[in-house]
Design a protein around this ligand. Structure first.
Ligand code: CMC
Length: 434
C-alpha cells in the first residue's frame, strides 16, 4: 500500500468550496495526488487525454524512470536480468515477486511445460482463417476462444484457478503463435517438445517440419530468450492497461488477455517492430535517410520514424541498448555482420540523434528499433514480430491481472469525460426534418 504523507488543498475561488487531496507516496518515483474525492467535493473532473499525468493504479511489479533510462522488474535492473537470468526465471519473478530458488524454478518450469499442448478442437480454429490472415488476428481470436474450453478453472476469485490460468496461458501462447505461422505457410502444425526450453520450443514449433529434423541454432534461442526478457513487462502501457480495464469488469482472463493482444497490435505500441522493418526497407539506402527524416518531421503527413520515441523514456530506452548489442552478436555469429538493414538502422540512429528535431523532443530508439533485425536474422517473418512481443508480454499482462484481481479494493475501471456534444434538444419527427 502507498503511504499518505500530506494533503494538497484545491480551492474553487468562485464557490469557496475546497477539497483536501491526499498525496500518496510510493517506494520510489513521483508521488501521486489522490483525486478520488474531487468530483464529490468540487463537482469537477480531471482532464488528461492520453493519461500523461495519471496513475491509474498502485503496482508493485515494474518501475520505470524515463529520465534516467531505468527499468526495474520487482526492483531488479533490466540490465542484470538480461545478462544473468532466463525468461522463465523472469516470468516467475514478475508473477510471484521474488527470484525463485532452483527447486522453485524447476517446479514452475515443469508446470508451464505440462500445459504446452493445445486442445485439438482449438487447433482446428486456425483452419477457419484464410491463409493470408495476419497472425495477430489469429492469436487474439484463439486466445479469446480459450474462454470456451476451461470452465472448470475460470473462477477469478479462486487463487488456484488463477494460478492454473497463468500457467496455461503462458505455456500455450508459443503453441498458438507457431500454429498461426504454420497456418499461413500451409504447413502442418508442429507439437511442442517439452524437453526444450521456452524459446527453443517456440523456434522448434515455428521451423520444424514433419519430414526433416530441425537443427536448432543456440544463438537463435539465446537471442529470443533475451528479447522475451526485455519485452516481458513495462508497467501500465496501453495493452496492460487494456487487460486491467477489461479484467476489472470481472470478464474471464482469456477475454482480458485477448483484449491486450488487440491493443498491442497497433503501430504506436507492439506493432512498431513490424513497422520498423517496413520503414527500413522503404528507406532502402543511406542516401534516402534525409528525405525520410524530413517526412518524419512534417506534421502534415502521417509518416513517423518508427522505433523512435517513447511516452516515458526521455533519455534512452535501456532495452534498446541491450538489443543493439545482441544484434551485433547474432549477426556476427550467423556470419551476416554486413547485414544491410542493420547498417541502415545504425546510420539512421546516428543521423537522427544529431538532428535538432529529435534531440529537442528527446526522441531516442526504443525497444522495437532493433528487435526486428534480430527476428529477421533468425528467420522469423515480419508478420510474426508483434506476435513474438505478445508471447513475452503475456507474462506481464498476467502479473498485472493477478495483482488487480487479488486486490480487495478492486473496482471496475470507468473513466469519465469532458462532454462537448449537443446540449439537450427535443426530438423532431422525421417528416418535419429539412
Ligand atoms: N517520429 C517523428 N516525430 C515523433 C516521433 C517519431 N517516431 N515520436 C514523437 N514525435 C514527435 C511528435 O510529433 C511530437 O512533436 P510536437 O511536439 O512537435 O507535436 C513530439 O515528438 C512528442 O510526441 P508525442 O506524440 O506527444 O509522444 P507520445 O508520448 O504521445 O507518443 C510514441 C509516444 C511511442 C507513440 C511515439 O513516439 C511514436 O509514435 N513513435 C513511433 C512508434 C513506436 O516506435 N512505437 C513503439 C513504442 S516502444 C514499444 C511499446 O511500448 O510498445
Amino acid at each position: 500500500m502507498s503511504g499518505k504523507t500530506e494533503t494538497f488543498e484545491l480551492r474553487d475561488g468562485a464557490s469557496g468550496r475546497s477539497s483536501q487531496l491526499p498525496v500518496r507516496t510510493g517506494t520510489i518515483g513521483p508521488a501521486a495526488l489522490d483525486i478520488a474525492g474531487l468530483h464529490k467535493d468540487l463537482d469537477v473532473f480531471t482532464y488528461d487525454p492520453g493519461f500523461g499525468a495519471t496513475a491509474a493504479t498502485e503496482s508493485r511489479i515494474t518501475y520505470i524512470d524515463g529520465d534516467a533510462g531505468v527499468l526495474l522488474y520487482r526492483g531488479y535492473p533490466i540490465e542484470q536480468l538480461a545478462e544473468k537470468s532466463s525468461f522463465m526465471e523472469v516470468a516467475y519473478l514478475l508473477l510471484l515477486g521474488e527470484l525463485p530458488t532452483s527447486r522453485q524454478l524447476e517446479e514452475f518450469t515443469g508446470n508451464i511445460r505440462y500445459h504446452t499442448m493445445l486442445n485439438e478442437t482449438l487447433l482446428r480454429f486456425f483452419n477457419g482463417f484464410h491463409h493470408n490472415a495476419h497472425p495477430m488476428a489469429m492469436v487474439s481470436a484463439v486466445v479469446a476462444s480459450m474462454s470456451a474450453f476451461y470452465h472448470d478453472t475460470m473462477d477469478i476469485h479462486n487463487p488456484r484457478h488463477r494460478e492454473i490460468f497463468s500457467h496455461r496461458i503462458i505455456a500455450k501462447l508459443p503453441t498458438i503463435a507457431a500454429a498461426a505461422h504454420k497456418h499461413s505457410l500451409g504447413q502442418p502444425f508442429i507439437y511442442p517438445r517439452n524437453e526444450l526450453d521456452y524459446a527453443a520450443n517456440l523456434l522448434h514449433m515455428l521451423f520444424a517440419v514433419p519430414c526433416e529434423a530441425y537443427k536448432l541454432d543456440p544463438i537463435a534461442s539465446e537471442a529470443l530468450d533475451l528479447l522475451f526478457i526485455l519485452h516481458a513487462d513495462h508497467e501500465q502501457n496501453a495493452s496492460t492497461s487494456t487487460v486491467r480495464l477489461a479484467g476489472s469488469t470481472g470478464a474471464n482472463p482469456y477475454a482480458a488477455i485477448s483484449a491486450g493482444v488487440s491493443a498491442l497490435w497497433g503501430p504506436a505500441h507492439g506493432g512498431a517492430n513490424e513497422a520498423v522493418l517496413a520503414m527500413l526497407e522503404q528507406i532502402g539506402s543511406v542516401d534516402h535517410i534525409p528525405k525520410h527524416l524530413a517526412m518524419a518531421k512534417d506534421k502534415s503527413g502521417h509518416f513517423r520514424l518508427m522505433g523512435f520515441g517513447h511516452r516515458v523514456y526521455k533519455n534512452f530506452d535501456p532495452r534498446a541498448q541491450i538489443i543493439r548489442a545482441m544484434c551485433h552478436k547474432v549477426l556476427a555469429r550467423l556470419g551476416r555482420a554486413d547485414n544491410p538493414l542493420f547498417e541502415l538502422a545504425l546510420r539512421l540512429e546516428e543521423i537522427a540523434l544529431k538532428d535538432e528535431y529529435f534531440v529537442s523532443r528527446k526522441l531516442y530508439p526504443n525497444v522495437d528499433f532493433y528487435s526486428g533485425v534480430i527476428y529477421s536474422a533468425i528467420g522469423i517473418p515480419r508478420s510474426m514480430f508483434t506476435v513474438m512481443f505478445a508471447v513475452a508480454r503475456t507474462v506481464g499482462w498476467v502479473a498485472h491481472w493477478q495483482e488487480m484481481i487479488s486486490d480487495p479494493g478492486m473496482r471496475i475501471g470507468r473513466p469519465r469525460q469532458l462532454y462537448t456534444g449537443a446540449t439537450r434538444r427535443e426530438y423532431l419527427e422525421i417528416a418535419r426534418r429539412g
